[in-house]
Write a protein that binds this ligand. Structure first.
Ligand SMILES: [Zn+2]
Length: 142
């Protein structure tokens, strides 16, 4: 392992050693492991919950593809596995890459929820249009 590699402190943005456990500038703990997630990201990941396997692929968490076999159990399967993704999501995402800061991390994860809202609104609009077209065709046939 290359010990000379640098990373940025998520608290003060100072350049510190990659294997440093504590930032020598601001004194914050910067260790990255599953038992020591920053408190600011210890929350439910709605992006992982809502976008499940798409979110998973983008975070190189291919275990989220278990979503498909989970769908074999109607309703309960996808809901339960999505709840699991939601709880594990921030830990997975945090480990998936070197984030510039906690703010950047939370912002990117919030964008996943926005993406889901956009997609949900778009599919609703498409559904309504399909329904309108179908009912027009239906009434034309009478
Ligand atoms: Zn610092």
């Amino acid at each position: 392992m290359d010990n000379s590699e640098k990373k940025l402190c998520p608290y003060c943005n100072a350049e510190i050693n990659n294997n440093a456990q504590k930032c020598k500038y601001c004194g914050e703990w910067v260790i990255k492991n599953e038992n020591d997630l920053p408190i600011e990201i210890k929350h439910f990941n709605w992006g992982a919950f809502l976008m499940n396997w798409i979110w998973g692929i983008m975070h190189k968490k291919y275990i989220t593809l278990l979503y498909f076999p989970a769908c074999l159990i109607p309703v309960i399967g996808p809901i339960l596995i999505s709840i699991w993704f939601g709880f594990a999501g921030n830990k997975w995402a945090w480990e998936s890459k070197n984030w510039e800061s906690i703010e950047q991390f939370n912002e990117v994860q919030a964008n996943w929820v926005k993406l889901w809202i956009i997609l949900a609104v778009l599919s609703l609009i498409i559904l309504i249009k399909v329904f309108v077209v179908l009912s027009l065709i239906g009434s034309a046939n009478v």
